[in-house]
Design a protein around this ligand. Sequence first.
Ligand code: SF4
Length: 592
Amino acid sequence: MVGGYTGKILKVDLTREKVETKNLDMDFARKYIGGLGFGYRMLWDMVKPGLDPFLPENPLMFLLGPLNGIIPGKLVVVFKSPTTCGVGVAFASGQFQAELKFAGYDGIIFNGRADNPVCLYIKDDLVELRNARNLWGKTTHETEEALKKEMRDPLIRVASIGPAGEKQVYFASIICDKGKAAARMGAGTVMGSKNLKAVAVRGTQGVKIENLEEFNRLFKAAIQKSSYNWKRFGSTQFIARANYWLDAYPHKNWQKEYDPHVIRTCDGPALELKHFVRRKSCFNCVVHCDAVAVVRSGKYACVTEGPEHEHVAFLSGDVDMHNSDILIYGTLRCDELGLDVISTGSVIAFAKELYQRGILSKEEAEGLDLSWENEETVLTLMEKIAYREGNLGNLLAYGSKIASEKIGKGAKYYAIQCKGTEMGGHGIRSRLDWTRPITFATGLRGGNHNEAAFPLGQDILMTENLLVVCIFSNAAVRYELLPILNAVTGWNIPEEEYYKIGERVTNVGKAFMVREGFRREHDIIPERFFREPLPTGVAKGATVDRELFEKELDEYYEERGWDKKTSIPTSNKLRELNLEDIDSELEKYRGA
Ligand code: SF4
């Protein structure tokens, strides 16, 4: 077997309760590398156009790359998204991903739907579906503890859904290792639709490295580049920067992108002083970007893995909430309930703005005071959404796009989302952050801040998603990942080909979107960013220029080799990327 790979994929048919092990086709592996490369291609091959994401035929794939189990990595979960009806992608760092590799698998593909709640248990070659009726209704943390007890093994790694996934909240997450979320686009929603409560895994095997001496040399050099700020504050180091220097931090449902209160309460140093007690790390990572955070007393007393940038941006800035005890407790509850923190904070901010503008009345808010000043409503609404409680909880559980369509009365303008996915916490009006208007507009995953703006940037990030490495830990060594990949696999992939593979995978994902009906008009950002200049901050007065946006979009498609009118990849581009079969199928959509 080629180094880095186990050569085995588990296929789990939940309807028939059948598990089989398939050999990984190594020509396929060489063409798509792993992770999102496997995911997009298999999604294209397995999902019939127009499939309802809630149907059992929607595959749920847990995928790894050749560096998992070796350097700090992630799990990537791929599926058709309930929030966008396009590609669905969610990443989780932590230990689960490495454990799956140690058990001997490059991925798991779930299909079908179990009649009753089940859990998949893997211990190396022993793989079994177990009854999980006793776990249904439990939070993700309770589920993990119960499984460790049941299996009498404190070292198993668990990925599970909480009440939100069970109740089919559209932005439910999958939580690994009690706090590492595969959060976005409804990964937990699809898992819940399959009656799959959890996956528990324990592995005892190693991962082969072809050129160990070269790998050790490269990895040692990479470790030495890890940054002090990451070690001390994690991604909360960016809060002050995004807020004060870049005017690109969500505040009051993006009415502003500057929050004057955050520095005293919820940015990295403030949280460190009051709440962080020690640092924590994922598998084989020297960065330790996670904080263990505590609220020592009072009704929010808890211990949890500390908030990251997106937690602070959406449970503090966007909802205008500055009680750090509520922030820490809300971070914990989001994970326990199995909710995507970006979407959760966004829909709560959306509801608060509708209330501010009288679009949502006190009666429609079921007596809740949704004013910005009422900080506790963040927690109240979070619980209501997770359990789809009452009309309001049930409505917001659809996400801001669908909820705004149901509400009417102009609510759509206040739903800050792209393609149905709420936007990550990096603003675009100031043009000072690394995100750009067309980042969010053209991203295949909707409001995803991790898809960079221009083709080369997107393809570089894509290669990292094929390796499924942690961007936080590996940002400093971005350009040294290819030599590491070559040392591990024994391949000798030249740089040009490496980025072409990234481009190939982006085009497969794009082809999937085209087949699902996405065209140029869907590559758009929320109207607010065109119409409303930033009211405060260093970039006061800045807005997105519509003409410039359209021009940049033209240039983007041109550079990509996609048709400017429709955004469909041209035949030349797909053939250049050895995607002839996809090109033939897309032909019927061109000119349609
Ligand atoms: S940088 Fe942080 S999230 Fe990434 S692997 Fe290391 S500890 Fe985990």
